[in-house]
Design a protein around this ligand. Sequence first.
Ligand code: HEC
Length: 111
Amino acid sequence: MKPITCYSLAALLALAPAAWAAGPAPDAAASAPLYNQKCAVCHGADGAGHTILGRRYHADLLAKKVQKKSNAELARIIAKGKPPHMAAFGDQLSKEQIEGLVAYIRHLAKK
Ligand code: HEC
């Protein structure tokens, strides 16, 4: 192995421990394109739901009552939907994609 390769590997390992400690943690940033494609039309790019549909149906993902739900609850809502206005995405998204979206919703709330 060339020294330069060793160095970049070491740098990667140094940056990653928080994510690795909890196993393959869903990557919030990597889920941004998926969120923007599937969710932003109602929930808005920033998650606050400032869209025509979002305002009408209170689709604010940054609200305390949403953020205090567990990751598992949020994942379940994304998979199964929340009638009548929040569609179920369980048949079009993988478990990993849904977990990534939950992580992204947490990330938006911290901004
Ligand atoms: C057609 C518009 C629409 C789309 C698209 C949509 N949502 Fe929703 N979503 C809603 C509405 C409206 C609510 C509020 C439902 C309620 O409280 O009755 C909601 C609720 C939620 C909730 C639960 C919030 C709560 O109040 O408990 C989560 C989490 C959520 N959406 C995530 C997502 C994700 C992730 C996507 C993309 C995969 C997505 N939504 C796509 C309209 C939408």
